[in-house]
Write a protein that binds this ligand. Structure first.
Ligand SMILES: [Zn+2]
Length: 267
């Protein structure tokens, strides 16, 4: 019999035990970036330095969840948000502007209507996945993810797509929507339509509600499937993790034993 997996709730969703028991989109992306670092994090041997960007992201999400969640967040993260002499740090002043931009837009607020921060799990590609949906609307059969970005029209080179893409593909948000869509299907019996409510870090912020052509999802699911056997084996310790040799973890743990030709400096 398989070991009982952690019963997920909002308190333990991001815990190390939850990450050991479940795959998630962010863990998949982390395995794509560096298997060695991801495994070291799961084992508790390495912790990524705390990032203000992550706190700002959670701050923005809490603002749209409800007043209680937001007050609780402000209390818990008080010292990272408020300066000792009063007022908020610049990143949070900017976040307030972004939150206000969305809150003042009736269409964006209409799009965000639904149950907030709902957790679902499902079996996919030989593993159990966890997802947390920013907003899900059972009547409309839609779900929404709130995203902040530099600018709506920024172009990024993508090795995955072999072309210039928008922030949505560059940050694998199509992949995220494809996985969420499958997990929600397993829980509700129906495919829900994903949307992104995007707001930019520009001053004043730009905004958009984005939908997806359904034809985009098959490619993403196949892409995930081709990687998963390997990731599952690495996670269970059956296979050795590959080091990216570029991230902070790899640089910190690097041991030289050979030379390489200068050609390999760029790849
Ligand atoms: Zn690495």
């Amino acid at each position: 019999m398989e070991k009982q997996k952690l019963q997920l709730n909002s308190q333990n969703y991001h815990s190390n035990q939850a990450n050991k028991d479940y795959f998630s989109v962010s863990q998949f992306k982390s395995f794509m970036d560096c298997q060695a670092r991801t495994l070291a994090e799961l084992k508790g041997e390495y912790t990524r330095p705390p990032s203000t960007a992550l706190t700002v992201g959670s701050y923005t999400h809490a603002a749209f969840e409800d007043d209680e969640a937001f007050s609780e967040f402000l209390e818990n993260e008080h010292d990272s948000i408020f300066k000792a002499r009063g007022g908020k740090y610049a990143e949070f002043v900017q976040a307030d502007m972004m939150i206000e931009t969305i809150m003042n837009d009736p269409f964006a607020m209409f799009a965000l209507e639904g149950d907030k921060e709902r957790i679902f799990t499902a079996e996919l590609f030989g593993a159990t996945w966890k997802i947390k949906v920013d907003s899900i609307n059972y009547e409309r059969k839609t779900f929404i993810d709130l995203k902040t970005t530099q600018s709506l029209s920024s172009r990024y080179w993508s090795d995955k797509y072999q072309k210039y893409v928008s922030f949505v593909q560059a940050y694998d948000y199509v992949l995220q929507m494809a996985i969420y869509r499958e997990v929600i299907k397993q829980n509700t019996g129906e495919y829900f339509n994903p949307y992104i409510v995007a707001v930019t870090k520009e001053s004043p912020p730009d905004k958009a509600v984005l939908h997806f052509d359904n034809s985009r999802f098959d490619f993403e699911l196949e892409y995930v499937q081709t990687m998963m056997n390997n990731f599952i084996q690495v996670k269970s310790g059956e296979e050795k993790p590959i080091r990216c040799e570029k991230c902070a973890y790899c640089r910190q743990t690097k041991v030289l034993n050979n030379t390489f030709e200068i050609e390999y400096l760029l790849d």
